[in-house]
Design a binder for this molecule. Structure first.
Ligand SMILES: [Zn+2]
Length: 240
């Protein structure tokens, strides 16, 4: 037992002896442990710049869509970066004048930002004044990039509606049905006059109305025009 203990102690001491005197070690002995790789002593990598306080303090900003622009004239023009009037909104539902049904097709309801905002503001205010009224029907605006909106797109077509500044708005009906009026006798003229006056107050350059309805407004702005006994046509200025 004592010899075994001595041998064990020698075996435990042998590596320490070899380390202490590497030049004298037995060539058959295992190599001494290698030094740790330098990466363990390297300084920590710098944090990426995004983690700095300045960067995290900056809020994420969604880029605004480009502003719309009415190019050319309403009867010979185009619409740049137009905005689509939703299918329906506060106080209005769009109306397809060709299929004669609520919900106009998506490509027939594009305008400038200001035209869409004006329709939403006027018709939302009308609904607030008349909470029991049916939504007002909004017909065609312009095509997505404007340009010709003639009879090849259905019905008698539009001579204007080419640069996102024109919109058709159907007069409310006396019977409150959610359809475009077919005859002047079906038109709620008081409601129609209120809508005409509201668009004038918004700075419309023209509001065309039907010759059978006797609607009033500033001379030169509110004008009677054939084929407008079921709807008014509002045109905004190109600017301002
Ligand atoms: Zn029109």
């Amino acid at each position: 037992m004592r010899l075994g203990l001595i041998l064990l102690l020698l075996a435990l001491a042998l590596p320490a002896v070899l380390l202490a005197a590497p030049g004298e070690r037995d060539p058959a002995a295992p190599a001494p442990p290698q030094p740790l790789p330098p990466v363990a002593t390297s300084p920590p990598l710098p944090l990426p710049p995004v983690a700095t306080a300045t960067a995290t303090a900056t809020p994420t900003v969604t880029p605004e869509p480009p502003r719309s622009r009415a190019a050319g004239r309403p009867w010979r023009g185009r619409l740049v970066h137009g905005r689509q009037l939703p299918l329906s909104g506060d106080g209005y539902v769009t109306w397809d004048p060709i299929f004669k049904r609520a919900g106009n097709r998506p490509w027939r309801r594009w305008g400038t930002d200001r035209l869409v905002a004006t329709l939403e503001r006027v018709l939302g205010a009308y609904a607030a004044r008349h909470p029991d009224a049916q939504p007002v029907l909004v017909g065609d605006l312009s095509r997505p990039r404007g340009r010709d909106f003639g009879p090849q797109f259905g019905g008698i077509g539009h001579a204007s509606h080419q640069n996102g500044l024109d919109a058709d708005v159907y007069y409310p009906r006396l019977d409150h049905r959610l359809r475009a009026p077919r005859r002047p006798s079906q038109v709620d003229r008081a409601a129609a006059q209120e809508l005409v006056s509201a668009f004038v107050a918004e700075g419309a350059v023209y509001v065309f109305t039907g010759p059978s309805l006797g609607l009033r407004g500033p001379a030169g702005v509110v004008q009677e025009l054939v084929n407008h006994d079921d709807h008014l046509h509002v045109r905004l200025r190109a600017r301002g």
